[in-house]
Design a protein around this ligand. Sequence first.
Ligand SMILES: Nc1nc2c(ncn2[C@@H]2O[C@H](COP(=O)(O)OP(=O)(O)OP(=O)(O)O)[C@@H](O)[C@H]2O)c(=O)[nH]1
Ligand SMILES: [K+]
Ligand SMILES: [Mg+2]
Length: 456
Amino acid sequence: MHPREQTIFALSSGRPPSAIAVVRVSGSQAGAALRELAGAIPVARTAKRVLLRDSVGEAIDDAVILWFPAPASATGEDVAEFHIHGSRAVLNVLIAALSSIDDARAAEPGEFTRRAFENGKIDLTEAEGLDDLIHADTDRQRRQALRQLQGLLGDRARGWRKQLIDASAWIEAGIDFADEDDVPEDLARPAMEKIAQLRREIEQTLAASVRSERLRDGLTVAITGPPNAGKSTLLNRLARREAAIVSPHAGTTRDIIEVYLDLDGYPVTLIDTAGIRETDDPVEQEGVRRARDRAAKADLVLWLSDDHGGEPDQTIRSGETSLWLIRNKIDLSSPENDAAKQGQPAAETRQGTGERQFEISAWRGDGVDDLVAALTAFAEALLGSGEAGVITRLRHRNILRDAAATLEKAEALAGEGDELIAEELRIAIHFMGQLLGRVDIDDILDSVFKEFCIGK
Ligand SMILES: Nc1nc2c(ncn2[C@@H]2O[C@H](COP(=O)(O)OP(=O)(O)OP(=O)(O)O)[C@@H](O)[C@H]2O)c(=O)[nH]1
Ligand SMILES: [K+]
Ligand SMILES: [Mg+2]
């Protein structure tokens, strides 16, 4: 039997141990699985409590089962659900029993969703939204994924595709009737107007969605600076836990330490790095190399220093990465120092450089709230509210950019020959099909669904 026709099963809930685990079965043998393990198929879509037994009659677990006959199921196939106690032992016995059913096998990542897509339950953009929803960490990501799952981009792409087909029909009609007298004088003009309008709509959608792709991925903030500036202390304070080792020994941190922050719904990965200095220690050298590397890739670098100084060098300053200068350990400052610094307030932009400055005590907490507020504002500026954006992936952006370019080409061909315009329209229609997952199915699907988790 072809793998696509086999019955698949997987743990669809979280990792054991858990109070309850849900194992889903989808395919023609789902009913057989229920008969084999529960003795009978229950009433459709009604929970039933049963004692599951294996093939020799040995009890497996006291469980709840559900039956969703095709096509009214999540995948469009027969689906059975086993709600069991979430221990590794119970799960292993159930999975072993399901494996022994003919033509049943463990599901590949994303295979349930792929079947739902192949059976027309969802389009590809909705499948992607589903994946994003499962992986959403913050509330803003959740809302964006849900809009995608509800078909916001899919609906728009379907509308564009339909209008392109209409425009194409007008153009083709012009070609077919070109020799006859009673053809409407100019079929091409309304078609060309429609094409120009669609191109503008696609371009507007692209422009409005620049930040929604970023919201899906979140942004990265790197803490760098000389050894002992208090980088790990700041990371721990922002993370509200002892994620990194803090010590008075210069050169404590060598590996990159990552913590995840939810700043008012904006996902931020904060990284702590090795203190940057010249050193003979090969391990520390590698740490410094990694620190520079990650700083260059970050969206924002926080350069932390204390009264012992340490200015960011050119490699840290170069590139598109934003840089904020943060003086730490202000709790140690003497009153004279403070007097000298008057007229040079914190959280100001340094004249000419565009680099913001902050003064904090990572240890005592002074100034940290202001820093967090500034980070949140930075995230908002970069990621936006996401409400207007419907494009959440590079895949969407690339396809729509190509579609807009194709329509632009079609517009430029006005007067050059309807056959040429019709060909560009066919290409643009093909792009909309790709977006929805209707054409070039296999390559697109393989790359989209391999990101999914098993059991989904
Ligand atoms: N007084 C004071 N001490 C601090 C502050 N922040 C950090 N320290 C101390 O400075 C020392 C170094 O702190 P770390 O957080 O390990 O510094 P680091 O920049 O991560 O150091 P490396 O990983 O070695 O580069 C520790 O003894 C901290 O307790 C602060 O705001 N005030
Ligand atoms: K240290
Ligand atoms: Mg450190």
